[in-house]
Design a protein around this ligand. Sequence first.
Ligand code: FPP
Length: 237
Amino acid sequence: MSAEKIIPGCVPRHVAIIMDGNGRWARKRGLPRTAGHAAGAETYRRIATACSRRGIEYMTVYAFSTENWKRSGEEVSAIMGLLKKYLLEAISSMERENVRLRVLGDTSVLSPELRELIARTDEISGHLTGMWANLCVNYGGRDEIVRACRAWAEDPEREPLTEKVLSRYMYGPDIPDPDLIIRPSGEYRLSNFLTWQSAYSELYFTDVLWPDFTEEELDRALAAYARRDRRFGGVKQ
Ligand code: FPP
């Protein structure tokens, strides 16, 4: 644990992270962008372990957006390769670490191999109790909302439309909304990440590039969160 003080009872239940800055991290070192993603995947492993140790119940990361297909074939394959490597590792480590894994997004276009690995991690998660590590893959916030509306409209047993009802058709209907969304790399936007679920999330931005994001950075974000005054549109008692 780092020096930053974590206030008991103020740890967010759900932390979501936009893992941004991998490309710039690599460029600064004269390396290919793919090296930045490989470093970013390492950071993800460290921060997921740190979140689990801090009692965070859900950690959701943006690993590949519906817009990321616009990148070069080489970069897309490299990210898919890193996902495969991570899923393979997870299959052998998640029981020991008691971490549950879930992929959110349209997985139908992923390779059969990746889909098989996802099915295997789903199966293992079914008998675990620890932190949920959610990976958003081929995920877009607006796309998720449109799909939810379509699924509701096509459901013969649909109930009258309310926010609560539509939430049931999102990728992770049982996942609480993120309390805290962290975006590193000095960009101040959400980029189509958890568009529906982020309505009342606290946002934390830092200039650090994702591969350089440390446990200390995480604790700074958690400490900032603990100082926020969340009113959800109400007034303080
Ligand atoms: C954004 O940085 C990052 C991505 C689009 C990909 C993130 C993917 C990984 C870290 C690897 C796979 C994930 C796991 C969990 C194994 P960017 O490329 O847009 O950075 P830039 O803005 O500096 O160019």
